[in-house]
Design a protein around this ligand. Structure first.
Ligand code: UTP
Length: 474
């Protein structure tokens, strides 16, 4: 019998092992394996093997000509208050005109948190235990009401968590959002390979596939038709954030306004690094481009460098909040003309099968996963822009089960934010020295989702509610 052309291609590319057990599979399992094998580009795998797996390929990034990137400081940090006010007004106008959509990348595997289920379903608020997705849904709904234009929300899932994510929204009636404006799509996958570039099987009939990184979101936006939908709806600006950060301003008018006024194609928020060793990427310039250099790639001596006034020289930390132009995304997604989002290698323990088809659970890294990072699009953007944000009002991710960036630290940061909003309105709130209220509190995003909207809602309350344990403002 003639060999299936795909199998022939794999053999010719030196990847015949993918079909080593093909004859043992049921016809349905064979179809499944062929479908998986058709998902990715063998030439791309060969290129990545040649560039990322060759001896000496892990030499690290090129640091020549690297310098700290400039950024727009907050008015409280010496920035131009009038320019920030103008940016905010511009952003609000864009929101009122329906030009902006929200975008959450939720395709990660969340291994560090170790939670069973899509990370967006993780309960995160201090009193009501609202899941991450609900926090964003309510912020997005409230912003739509505030600006008189309900927002579209794009959510990128993975093959692994797609069905569970959609079901979660369906079972909860989309948290009050218009279902027609919530759009789910899956990101792409890449096969894992061993250290010589041979694609690994997960079982006899499945390839070891994993999500292609948050940078895969740009390709997935194009491939899924999301960009066309945006175009039809008159949306030209996408507000990008990660699924693990409930503090994020999902659509921040000042940020959107800066992006629009500067004619930027991709803009990013920074926070000053809290200490030299903090694990954040660094905004830098190199050869006239804006780049992010990961903490693992910037030598510690450089991370510790200080300026004459004692401040960290590489101060601007990336918190993965961006605004992107629709047509810029399309250009990067299509690639060509010198534009290509690079893949990075991550050495991992990859469950696989041995030559006899028996399962192998490796004790140490046995192969490589390939991932793209969204910030690698920055060097291709015209007029890229970095603005400062206050960490307390934009960034407290849930990454780990315990310790830094954990559910506990995130709850505490939410509580501190609620306390600040209340105090700014003159409410009496008892706090500990870190600003965390002694009482348990929660503010629903539907009441207030930032300081301004909270202030407006508070002023409508007469008399204002007393702050006591268990206060839930909704
Ligand atoms: P992280 O880098 O924190 O990875 O993702 P992760 O997979 O969620 O968690 P770990 O490293 O396994 O513990 C940052 C953001 O990028 C998304 C995640 O869902 C999260 O919002 N992401 C990451 C994707 O959407 N796709 C990916 O392939 C990787």
């Amino acid at each position: 019998m003639a060999l299936h052309p795909l199998i022939e291609n794999f053999r010719q590319a030196g990847q015949g092992q993918v079909f080593a057990f093909f004859d043992e599979l049921t016809p349905e399992a064979q179809r499944h394996l062929l479908a998986e094998a058709a998902e990715f580009d063998l030439a791309e795998i060969a290129r990545l093997t040649a560039t990322l797996l060759a001896p000496g390929a892990v030499a690290g990034v090129n640091l020549a000509g690297l310098a700290p990137a400039p950024y727009e400081p907050l008015p409280t940090q010496g920035g131009d208050a009038a320019a920030w006010a103008a940016a905010k007004a511009t952003g609000e106008a864009a929101l009122r005109a329906g030009r902006v959509a929200a975008f959450t990348v939720a395709g990660g595997q969340g291994t560090r948190l170790g939670y069973d289920g899509p990370k967006g379903t993780f309960p995160v608020t201090p009193l009501k235990q609202k899941p991450l997705f609900q926090v964003f849904a309510e912020k997005i709904r409230a912003a739509g009401i505030r600006y008189g234009r309900p927002l579209h929300w794009f959510i990128m899932t993975s093959h692994q968590n797609h069905a569970a994510t959609v079901t979660f929204f369906e079972e909860r009636s989309y948290f009050g959002l218009d279902q027609g404006r919530v759009h789910f799509f899956r990101q792409g996958r890449m096969p894992a390979v061993d250290f010589s570039g041979r694609i690994l099987l997960e079982t006899k009939g499945t390839i070891a596939l994993s999500p292609d990184g948050h940078g895969g979101s740009l390709r997935a936006l194009e491939r899924s038709g999301a960009l066309d939908l945006m175009q039809r709806e008159g949306i030209d600006t996408l507000s990008y954030f990660q699924v693990d950060n409930p503090l994020v301003r999902c659509v921040d008018p000042a940020f959107i306004g800066w992006h629009v006024l500067r004619g930027s194609q991709m803009s990013s928020k920074m926070v000053p690094k809290a200490y030299a060793e903090e694990k954040l990427g660094h905004f830098c310039t190199q050869d006239g481009h804006l780049v992010v250099v990961e903490y693992s790639d910037l030598p510690m001596a450089m991370q510790r460098e200080t300026t004459a006034d004692g401040q960290l020289r590489y101060l601007a930390g990336s918190i993965a909040i961006h605004v992107l132009d629709r047509e810029f995304i399309r250009r990067v997604a299509r690639g060509g003309a010198g534009i290509e989002l690079p893949f990075h290698r991550a050495d991992k323990k990859i469950p696989t099968v041995d030559a006899a088809g028996q399962p192998v659970k490796p004790e140490k890294a046995n192969g490589v996963k390939f991932e793209m990072f969204v910030f690698d699009a920055l060097p291709f953007a015209e007029n890229p822009l970095v603005i400062e944000t206050s960490r307390a009002d934009d960034f407290s991710p849930v990454k780990n089960a315990e310790g830094v960036d954990s559910p506990q630290t995130c709850r505490d940061d939410q509580l501190r934010q609620f306390a600040r909003w209340l105090r700014a309105q003159g409410a009496r709130v008892e706090t500990d020295p870190t600003g965390r209220p002694v009482a348990g509190l929660e503010v629903s995003p539907l009441f207030g989702y930032d300081e301004d909207s909270f202030a407006e809602a508070w002023k409508k309350h007469s008399p204002p509610p007393a702050v006591s344990d268990g206060l839930y403002l909704s």
